[in-house]
Write a protein that binds this ligand. Sequence first.
Ligand SMILES: Cc1ncc(COP(=O)(O)O)c(C=O)c1O
Length: 418
Amino acid sequence: MLTTQQISEGRRQFLGGGYRLFYQEPLHVVRGEGVWLYDNEGRRYLDAYNNVASVGHCHPAVVDAIATQASQLNTHTRYLNDAIVEFAEDFLTEFPPELRNLTMTCTGSEANDLALRVARQITGGQGVLVTRWAYHGVTSALAELSPSLGEGVEQGKNVWLIDAPDTFRHPGEFAAGVERALDAMKQAGVKPAALLLDTIFSSDGVFSPEPAEMQRAVAWVRAAGGLFIADEVQPGFGRTGSQRWGFARYGVMPDLVSLGKPMGNGHPVAGLVGRPELFAEFGRRQRYFNTFGGNPVSCRAAHAVLQVLRREALQQNAQLTGALLREGLQKLAARYPVIGDVRGDGLFIGVELVSDQRNTPAPERAACVVNAMRRKQILISATGPAANVLKIRPPLVFKPEHAALLLDTLADVLGEMG
Ligand SMILES: Cc1ncc(COP(=O)(O)O)c(C=O)c1O
């Protein structure tokens, strides 16, 4: 086994320059189980950040489903195989009846990329509205729609930036911003293809606007001829507690829903769910073949995740434990003015740190808290345009006792910071 030092040097020497590590003192992990990650020296860390291993690191039911199918057959969607049909039929019962088709991909980026292709083809438009600090994926088309990547995305022909629904600083302004952007698009002679939203606005700083705001925004886009694509890569699969899907909290109906991250609990499986007539029209004009998308091993992994989610009532746990966590964080906010706002739903929580009564963002304090928590063996991170919002987003098997440990440790860290 390589030492921590050898791995760090090997990364520098052999890997491309785009990679980044978490924490001032990076973590060398060798094993995971439930909500725990273990480092190379046997220390265990409470994982309050990983939404991928959503049903718990290395859940035996998922591991077993992958191993069993991998030992029998793994091919692609150009042969008849039962795994994809069994999964799709069961999985689609989780969605409103209007959304009755699934196309499988390997990553959330591929799901969003396909959503864009479908939306552009169906509407004949090119313009896409995304939030000012959005992240939607790694392809060139999506990097253009992901200002948070840091390249300074230019608003222009295809990309129209709107303010995220900032419930802390500018509540109630979201729908009006969408309306203004649509007007500007029209003036510029650009036809809208879609409004593409991460429905928990995770990279923008974790927001859940009023349902009426979202309903108005979606109605404006539809009236202008565009589709609504709900990017559920972050909030999906019960994370927000009250609903299976982030969009359902707002009472809006998407045309297309992109999925990823938690879908395979770490196995790369993702997909796009949508209205059958959209996929039918797309399929009439072109084919879609994704070599690994929808392979039997991935389908068995995703099916096992779904079954665990149901069997272990993890959405309900997200609601219960998330509420306890937010309650504890509110109490800390009353003691420590550095906490300006506590928000989120279920087990997707944002804690905004500020440096004064005018709520000036405090990114250096957020970095300080994240690294101090890591030293005390609790893993969280920070998000938002100013990187001053603590992001707490644990596996859904995170229980009240884990929340209590996180809260006690955070109280210690805030106390030490003074
Ligand atoms: C909201 C959102 N959409 C899409 C993606 C892209 O997913 P993937 O990394 O699986 O391509 C991400 C990944 O972080 C994401 O957060």
